[in-house]
Design a protein around this ligand. Structure first.
Ligand SMILES: [Zn+2]
Ligand SMILES: [Zn+2]
Length: 154
């Protein structure tokens, strides 16, 4: 099971309630396409490009998918994962799913979720704490993506 499906992920009904609330806070409404986009991202086990969101789903137009993903990003429901290829990828915000990292393939551009383990989280925190403190920086959370070659490209 991927990070998005772990036990601490919200159930889909709760998820829609939270999304609805965040939209309202920004004077936006829940619409059928926004609801559908949230469900598609909730079921995915990795960040999706717009072509992947479209897949062979009927009734979704590329321009409105993009426009609505941008709105969902603005209200902190969706997070954009930027890599070095031309495709932006989208996933649900971490506080709606679970903290995780990404494996980004520099060759084919594929992005996989890498679930956070307690050991990795401890090591990352220990590794960056001193440097952050020296800079007078108070860390709230981190984003860690590994760039390299996936198993198919290696
Ligand atoms: Zn690859
Ligand atoms: Zn982490």
């Amino acid at each position: 099971m991927a990070a998005h499906d772990t036990h601490d992920a919200l159930q889909i009904q709760e998820l829609h309630e939270v999304v609805r609330h965040r939209l309202h806070t920004h004077e936006q409404r829940m619409t059928p396409i926004r609801q559908r986009l949230v469900e598609i991202l909730a079921r995915a086990d990795r960040p999706l490009t717009i072509p992947e969101v479209l897949g062979n789903r009927r009734g979704l137009a590329q321009s409105s998918v993009y426009r609505n993903l941008v709105v969902l990003e603005q209200v902190d429901v969706v997070r954009r994962v930027v890599t070095h290829d031309e495709f932006a990828r989208f996933e649900l915000a971490e506080d709606l799913t679970a903290h995780h990292h990404h494996l980004i393939c520099a060759s084919c551009g594929r992005v996989e979720d890498l679930p956070a383990t307690a050991a990795v989280e401890r090591s990352v925190a220990a590794a960056v704490e001193e440097a952050a403190q020296r800079a007078g920086f108070r860390t709230q959370h981190h984003r860690l993506d590994l760039v390299g070659l996936c198993s198919r490209c290696a």
